[in-house]
Write a protein that binds this ligand. Structure first.
Ligand code: ZN
Length: 160
């Protein structure tokens, strides 16, 4: 629980606007539901913070994300980021999710973003403030890493 308090304070140190978006997702997580009939199930964890995230995705056809649910616990950055991810990728294609995942990790690596990229990222730009805390980048990427693995496993199963 001390880790939660620690990062909660850190969130408030982020850029005012961006910190607010993340705090809102932390306090009111979106899509925090369990989808029993998921086509894709994936999970990830970071022992250092006790972060855990479990994600289910149902597909409409072969590529479209119809619904997404997540459950999790751990530091505020990991949970806020997971909530933001579900809100943004619901209704998208798996291919679009992979593009977004690449943009998000590129943002943390300090890669320059074109105006077009910024537009695509929408609220995910709020995650940018986490760069001030390099140890927490892994937390912000947890849900994205898990979802990428889930997509890869789904393809490897030959389900599409
Ligand atoms: Zn964490």
């Amino acid at each position: 629980m001390t880790s939660r308090k620690f990062t909660y304070e850190k969130l408030e140190e982020l850029d005012e606007l961006y910190g607010e978006i993340m705090l809102d997702h932390y306090r009111n997580p979106r899509n925090c539901v369990l989808l029993p009939n998921a086509d894709i199930r994936t999970e990830g964890g970071i022992p250092l913070c006790g972060d855990e995230v479990t994600i289910q995705i149902t597909l409409d056809g072969e590529h479209h994300i119809q619904d997404i649910g997540f459950q999790g616990q751990g530091c505020s950055i990991s949970q806020a980021s997971a909530s933001m991810m579900t809100a943004v990728i619901k209704g998208r294609t798996l291919e679009q999710v992979e593009v977004l995942a690449e943009l998000v990790s590129g943002m943390f690596l300090g890669r320059a973003l074109s105006p077009h990229d910024r537009e695509k990222l929408e609220d995910l730009k709020a995650l940018r403030g986490v760069r001030k805390f390099p140890m927490r980048i892994k937390c912000a990427l947890l849900a994205w890493t898990a979802v990428r693995e889930g997509i890869n496993e789904h393809r490897a199963r030959g389900a599409c």
